[in-house]
Design a protein around this ligand. Structure first.
Ligand SMILES: Nc1ncnc2c1ncn2[C@@H]1O[C@H](COP(=O)(O)OP(=O)(O)OP(=O)(O)O)[C@@H](O)[C@H]1O
Ligand SMILES: [Mg+2]
Length: 341
């Protein structure tokens, strides 16, 4: 694990004594703390992210998402519990070491872009390296490379106000990646962007993640976005982790109505993989071989392009299943309404 926490609590105000009693259940401890006048922003959170993995954090406003991100980097000090970076506890790391760790290995993208208005694109992107005291030439080279990677080549000398929202957020992304962090935190990075640009930026994150393989934690309110960018989705409710799993697990097996409400509007054809609907075995003949983790929606697009039989492969490229065009309707109905598959 790049980053993980155990029994992480953040309690504001008095009430520390009350929540610290481990003989009681988590719910009892929350109630005790709140009776004593405290506010429990995070209660007993266990979570971790590996290299190359994207964890999405969701939850209603005030449920503790930003607090969790900030406690993991100790931008906010946890009240209790342990945080480990690459297996090493950082909960008691001295200030100077913590700052060095953050500068070298962690970075964050903010919802409001948080660019410096009087610095150019280049000046903004190279800032983290300037803080690390890298020499001007090497930080310039690194910054230009990141600017190109996020598709802003030729905009280096522009100022933030000369850019669109999407371009500004690309600068924020380039800046956050410039120091080559292992842990990449994005706190509602795209909520200020319109849906089309938002989708483009999601693709951007997917593309960057597939080549850079960071440990990513991504906060969003939008389940569709979560399903697209996340390997796993963690749902917070009033500081508690209520469920953590793949989008498909949350949609098909929500633990309660709170989780169900998050997944209610989602396009199930996009979330469900064809794996759960295909017939097992090898077809006699197939028009195309497609990975079995392809969404049902993409499979229907391929059928619409004229295929009659599709074969599906596992991650070792072995054919493990197939579907005939006639079965697609049933599969789509089962995805939407539940059914015999
Ligand atoms: N310094 C503080 N003192 C007391 N309560 C606080 C403090 N900082 C945050 N909180 C409370 O902690 C809770 C969690 O806040 P947090 O910012 O983590 O929510 P969030 O899930 O990120 O919400 P949003 O979706 O609106 O960004 C909120 O109810 C907030 O009021
Ligand atoms: Mg927040």
């Amino acid at each position: 694990m790049i980053i993980e926490c155990q029994k992480l609590w953040k309690v504001y105000g008095d009430g520390g004594a009350a929540f610290g009693n481990e003989d009681r259940s988590v719910q009892e401890r929350i109630e005790l703390a709140e009776k004593a006048g405290a506010y429990v922003a995070l209660a007993d959170i266990d979570i971790g992210v590996e290299r190359g993995e994207t964890l999405v954090v969701m939850g209603l406003s005030g449920s503790g998402k930003s607090t969790l991100l900030r406690c993991l980097t100790r931008l906010i000090e946890p009240t209790s519990g342990e945080v480990r970076y690459e297996g090493r506890p950082i909960t008691n790391l001295p200030r100077t070491e913590l700052l060095a760790l953050r500068r070298q290995h962690m970075s964050m993208v903010f919802q409001n872009f948080a660019l410096l208005p009087h610095r150019t694109v280049l000046g903004n992107v190279e800032l983290p390296l300037e803080i690390q005291k890298q020499d001007a030439r090497s930080r310039r080279a690194a910054a230009l490379e990141m600017i190109e990677l996020v598709g802003l080549k030729s905009k280096e000398d522009h100022y933030p106000h000369e850019l669109s929202g999407g371009q500004q957020q690309r600068v924020g992304i380039a800046r956050s990646l410039c120091s080559n962090p292992s842990l990449w935190l994005l706190d509602e990075p795209f909520s200020a962007l319109d849906p089309l640009i938002r989708r483009e930026m999601q693709d951007e994150v997917l593309r960057l993640q597939s080549s850079l393989a960071k440990a990513v934690i991504f906060v969003t309110h939008d389940f569709e976005e979560a399903a697209r960018v996340g390997d796993r989705i963690a749902i917070l409710r009033r500081g508690r982790l209520v469920q953590c799993g793949t989008a498909e697990e949350l949609v098909s097996n929500p633990v309660d109505d709170y989780v169900r409400a998050f997944t209610a509007e989602v396009d199930r054809g996009r979330v469900f993989k064809v794996e759960r609907f295909m017939e097992r075995g090898e077809p006699q003949a197939a028009d195309r071989l497609v990975p079995m983790n392809t969404s049902l929606k993409d499979v229907s697009r391929i059928f619409a392009e004229g295929a009659n039989v599709l074969a599906f492969s596992d991650d070792k490229h072995q054919t493990v299943g197939f579907m005939r065009r006639e079965k697609l309707g049933e599969a789509l109905a089962a995805a939407e309404f539940g059914g015999p598959f």
